[in-house]
Design a protein around this ligand. Sequence first.
Ligand code: SFD
Ligand code: AMP
Length: 658
Amino acid sequence: MELETCTFSYCQRPEIIEVEADILLIGGGMANCGAAFEAARWATPKGLKIVMVDKAATDRSGAVAMGLSAINTYMGENDPKDYVKMVRGDLMGIIREDLVYDVGRHVDDSVHLFEEWGLPVWKRADDGHTLDGAQPAKKLTEGGKPVRSGKWQIMINGESYKVIVAEAAKKALEFNRVGTGMAQNHYERVFIVELFPDANDSNRVAAAAGFSVRENKAYIFKAKCMLLAAGGAVNCFRPRSVAEGQGRAWYPVWNSGSTYAMAAQLGAELVLMENRFVPARFKDGYGPVGAWFLFFKAKATNSLGEDYCVTHFESSKAKYGKYCSDPHKLGTAIRNHMMMCDMKLGKGPILMNTHLAMDELAKTMDAKQIKHLEAEAWEDFLDMCIGQAGVWAAMNIDPSKTPSEIMPTEPYLLGSHAGCAGIWVSGPDDIAGAPKEWNWGYNRMTTVKGLFTAGDGVGASGHKFSSGSHAEGRIAAKAMVSFCLDNKDYKPTVKKTNDELAAELYLPFEIYEKYKNYSTDTATNPYYIRPKMLQARLQKIMDEYVGGISTYYMTSKTMLDAGLKQLDLLKEDAAKMAAADLHELMRCWENYHRIWTSESHARHILFREDTRYPGYYYRGDFDFVDDENWRCFTISKWDVQNKKWIFSKRDYVQLVPD
Ligand code: SFD
Ligand code: AMP
C-alpha cells in the first residue's frame, strides 16, 4: 500500500514550539498531580525544571473529572500487608506484591493531604451517625473517624475532588516555574502523540511530540526523564451505549490507551495486558455500585429474587477452584461471573435492591435522618456520575421505592481499579524477599531508561484507585528527581528534525485537505477514513472476536486469530485517517493509541492459555484456571528493530504469606 506523507502542500504548517525540561509529566490526572506536588519539593531547590502536559484542562481531566463519592484506598487502622492479601485475592493470585505494598504504606499520606487541601471527608459521630463533610468534625490526622463503606473505602463529598487535587499540583508547578525561572511549565489541551528514543541510545526516552487541540501549534518536549501517566483505555470495545447515549462509558472516554501504546512503541515491557476490567454498573448511566453494596448494604438479585452469588457458588467453585472457595471473599471478577450465569439463563434483569436497603437503614432513623439518607443516595451519583442521576430522574426511579437494573459493562483496560493491565516497572529497593530483578535502580521506572509510569500505567498492581494513583505518582516523582541528579549531564537528542515530527502529527490534515473534494459527502471518501468510522470498526472487531459484550466476553484461539487478521487490515486503513479540524486530529491519534492497546490486549489473551479472569473474559478453549502453568506474569515487548511482538512468562513470587 502506498503510504501518504505530509509536505504541508495542502494543510497549514503549525508553529513548532520546543520545550526543554528535566522532568516531563505526561497527563494531568491523579498520578501526575501527585507527581507534580512531590517533585516540586525536591526538584526546585536543585534547579530541576518540571513540565506537565495534559490533553485537557487539569482541573477536570481524567477519571476523576466528574468527582467521586468515595476514596477506595485508605489504610487507616488496617495493615498494608492485609491490603496486599486483598488485592492478590481479587486479582486471581497474580500481583507484584512489592508494588502493592509500597502503595499501601504511602497512600494515607495522600488522603490526609486531600483533606488538608479542602476535600470534605465524612466522619462517624460518637453516636454512630454519619457526619457528612458539611458538618464540623475532627480531621483524620486529628483522630476523626472516617465513615468506612468497606474495609478499605471511605466516603467523601467529592464533586470537586479533582479541582482540589489539581489546585495543589498547579501551585507546585508555579513554585517550580518561578524557582527555576521557566516561562511556562503547564501545558493544557496539548495531546501527546509519540515518544522518541535518544539518538545515541535506542532504549532511552528523549522526547515527546504532541499538538495543541485549540491552536495551530506542534510541541516537541525534550526531557531527562518522563512520567507517562495518561490513564487507561476506554472505547476499544463496542460500548453498551448506542446512538443518543454513545459517548457515555463508565471509565473516562478521553483516556484512550495513550499510556500503553506510547510505552509499547518505545519497546517498554508490558505485563498482564490480557487483564481488563468489566465493572458491574447501574444500567445505561454506568453508575458505580460500590457505595450501594458496601455503604447502603444493598443486595443484588436476579428477577426471581435469588442471590446469584449464592445460587452459583458451588458450580463456580467446581469450575474455577480456589479463587472462589470462600463465599465471603469472592473477588470482583468472580462476582461478575455469577451474575453473568444468571443473565445467560434468562433470569435477568439483575436488580440492585436499593429500596430494601433503604428500608432497612431507615428502621433506626427519624424523619430528618431518613431525608438525609435519601440525599446521600442521590449524592452518590451527583458527585461522580451525574448521568446516572439523570437516568433515575428520567425513568421516574425513586431509589427508596424502586430497584434499579445493573449490568456488566464493556471491557476497559486499566491498572488502578479492579484490574491490573499495564507496564512492567522497577519496584522499591527495601522489600524483604523481593527478587533482585524487580528493582533496577529507580522506583516505577519502566524497562526503557528514563521512562516512568504510575496509576493506570503500572501493571500487576491494581486496587490503587484515586488515592493510590496519587501516592504512586509521588513515589515515582521522588525517584525521577534522583534519576535527574544521577544523570545531570545528559542532553536529550532526537534523530528526526522538528519539521519531520510536525509533518507526522499533521498527516491526517494533509490527507483530508488533499482528498476532501473527491466525493460530495466529506464523511465518505475512497481515499481516506474519518476517525469516527475507524473507531466503530475497531470496536466491532474487538467486540466480536476479543471477548466483548456481544459474545458474553467469550473468545478463543480461533476467534483471536481471526480478530488479529482484521486488526492488521485496520492498521493499514488507519494510515489513511483524515481530520477536518484539530478536534478530529486528536480523535485520529487517540485511535492509533487504541489500536496498539487493543492489539496488545488480544495478543496477551492469546498467549495466556487459561481463563484467569472469569467474569472479565473467557477462553472457550481453556475454560479453567491453570495455576500450575499460568500463575505467572505474562510479559510482552514490541521489538522495535524487527517490528514484532515477543512474549514470555516471568515467575510470580509471593511476598506476604496467606
Ligand atoms: O466508584 C493525556 N475511580 C475511583 N477511585 C476511587 O478512589 N474511588 C471511587 O469511587 C472510584 N470510582 C470511580 C473511578 C473512576 C471513574 C471514572 C468513576 C468512578 C466514574 C478510579 C480513579 O479515578 C482512577 O483510579 C485514577 O484516576 C487513575 O489515575 P491516573 O492518573 O492513572 O489516570 P487519570 O486520573 O484518568 O489521568 C489521566 C490523565 O492523562 C491525560 N491524558 N494527556 C496528554 N496526552 C495524552 N495522549 C493523554 N491521554 C490522557 C488526561 O487528560 C488525564 O489528565 S468507582 O467506580 O469505584
Ligand atoms: P465500584 O463502585 O464497583 O467501583 O466499587 C468501589 C469499591 O467497592 C471497590 O473497592 C470495590 O472492590 C468494592 N466493591 C464493590 N462491590 C463490592 C461487593 N459486592 N463486595 C465487596 N466489595 C465491593
